[in-house]
Design a protein around this ligand. Structure first.
Ligand code: CTP
Length: 221
């Protein structure tokens, strides 16, 4: 029987939440892991689309169909438009937790009184994204190593994800990772028995680990 390729949507990179016309609150996500996952899924035969935040990892330009977001709100809007036509979501974007409540008009100057920046929580994106029963969602969790598994399990439920890639905090902005993949029944898989591996090797392993379950789910339609 012939099947269309799985349509995979990968979000990657940080979000930048504006303070004024020239400043923002952001995080150190490089977007590299997301690029490697997109490449791995493409190599595995998926039809790949990417939503990328403000970052410029190597290889981003050679991926097909890259749309850009800056803020969490822009990411949420792009997802709302793109996700209905896709099968697999890999939510690798490092969404800001907090954003300024009010954005200053123009540029706040050094001679001005030092501003107090009031913050508000950024609304949850993955956990509130409308999905169908034939779609498969992979979330991420960036955690202190000692709480990795427990926090990832809690996020699996809170984010309504089908599995969670749990990474220790040190992963952000580094060359290699020591992550694992946590499933709803509580078991966790790791590449190379939990060794520190390159982001490329991790992404290849992840694509193989996720695709059988994602494909089975999407073939329900
Ligand atoms: N995420 C999201 N919407 C947010 C924040 C995060 O969809 N507002 C997604 C991320 O893309 C990632 C997953 O949720 O796939 C986990 O992100 P993480 O920053 O680890 O979790 P938080 O929800 O921010 O929780 P905490 O700050 O308690 O660790």
């Amino acid at each position: 029987m012939h099947h269309d390729p799985l349509r995979a949507l990968i979000t990657l990179g940080p979000t930048h939440e504006p303070i004024d016309a020239v400043r923002f609150i952001g995080n150190r996500s490089s977007g590299r892991m997301g690029v490697e996952i997109a490449r791995a899924l493409q190599a595995a035969g998926c039809d790949v689309r990417v939503l990328a935040g403000p970052c410029s990892p190597d290889g981003l330009d050679s991926l097909p169909s890259v749309q850009r977001f800056r803020t969490a709100e822009e990411l949420r809007d792009l997802l709302a438009r793109s996700w209905p036509a896709c099968d697999l979501l890999v939510m690798a974007a490092a969404v800001a937790d907090w954003r300024p409540t009010n954005r200053f008009e123009g540029k706040h100057r050094r001679g001005d009184t030092a501003p107090t920046i009031a913050l508000e929580a950024v609304p949850e994106i993955l956990g509130t994204l409308a999905s169908r029963a034939d779609q498969f969602r992979v979330g991420f969790a960036l955690e202190p190593a000692e709480e990795l598994l427990a926090s990832a399990k809690a996020k699996l439920t809170r984010k309504r994800a089908d599995c969670i890639v749990a990474n220790p905090l040190e992963t952000m902005d580094s060359e290699s990772v020591q992550g694992c993949l946590v499933w709803p029944d509580g078991h966790a898989d790791q590449p190379d028995g939990g060794a520190l591996v390159s982001k490329r090797a991790f992404a290849n392993w992840l694509a193989n680990a996720v695709l059988p379950a994602a494909t089975a789910r999407c073939r329900q339609r």
